[in-house]
Design a protein around this ligand. Structure first.
Ligand code: DC
Length: 226
């Protein structure tokens, strides 16, 4: 059976990673969370006081960042220069700063290069904002996932509360809207739906239902590619 490339793009907190992980598991494909890579770069910049508007300093920092993924106890973990930063990159202080960092062209160039390398053999599900438009414009299946903003806010809020983060619902919504705005309006590869992407609105779908829809599409595309 031939192995295709699947991209899942969409706004913040609409469940892209959950769908991408579920789909990769069903198909026995690799899963890459490209947002985790932007988050890891952001964490490095924060920890090392990298000034994002100082181009030579940004270039130098990027040369000193090594990101890799490892599955531990069935969970995907992100490693930054050998250190497991999976929990830290999900903290609010990283979320608050990640969109401006992700708007820096040098950062995007570097991460897009690494993402293409990870996907060159096919058999991959990658989620993000520019996967179907920039990273893999030739992907056999492109999904654009979307959900109502209040539903996304509630999901993100519940996720943070479950982790013990004490936060206000209004602040979560504000962070989501700000990130959506920056991600959709930046000059370099803004979040847009690829012309050939299939839209799935999961506002009223549960995890199994969204997986079934995506799996049906994936199986069709795998058949077509054979
Ligand atoms: O998917 P996420 O929320 O973990 O992504 C974190 C940030 O990284 C998000 O605000 C936008 C940015 N991002 C991006 O610009 N391009 C990608 N392919 C993935 C994420």
């Amino acid at each position: 059976m031939s192995k295709i490339t699947i991209s899942i793009d969409g706004h913040s907190s609409c469940g892209k990673s959950t769908l991408a992980k579920d789909l990769a598991k069903e198909l026995h494909y690799a899963y890459v969370d490209s947002g985790a890579m932007y988050r890891a770069v952001t964490l490095f910049f924060l920890e090392n006081d990298v000034d994002p508007i100082d181009a030579p300093i940004v270039r130098n920092a990027l040369e000193n960042i090594e990101i890799r993924f490892q599955v531990l106890d069935g969970q995907n973990h992100t490693f930054l220069n050998g250190e497991d930063v999976e929990d830290e990159i999900r903290e609010m202080y990283v979320s608050d700063y990640v969109s401006p960092v992700a708007a820096i062209p040098a950062v995007r160039r570097s991460l897009v290069r690494q993402q293409r390398e990870m996907g060159k053999a096919g058999g991959i599900v990658m989620d993000g904002r520019d996967i179907g438009t920039v990273v893999f414009p030739g992907a056999e299946l492109k999904i654009f996932l979307t959900a109502d903003v209040d539903i996304r806010t509630r999901r993100r809020y519940d996720e943070l509360r479950a982790k013990g983060v004490d936060i206000d619902l209004a602040l979560v919504k504000q962070n989501l809207l700000e990130r959506d705005h920056i991600d959709s309006n930046r000059a370099d590869s803004p979040l847009t739906k690829a012309k050939d992407a299939v839209v799935i609105d999961n506002s009223y779908l549960n995890r199994t239902q969204q997986l079934q829809q995506a799996l049906k599409l994936a199986k069709e595309r795998i058949r077509l590619s054979e």
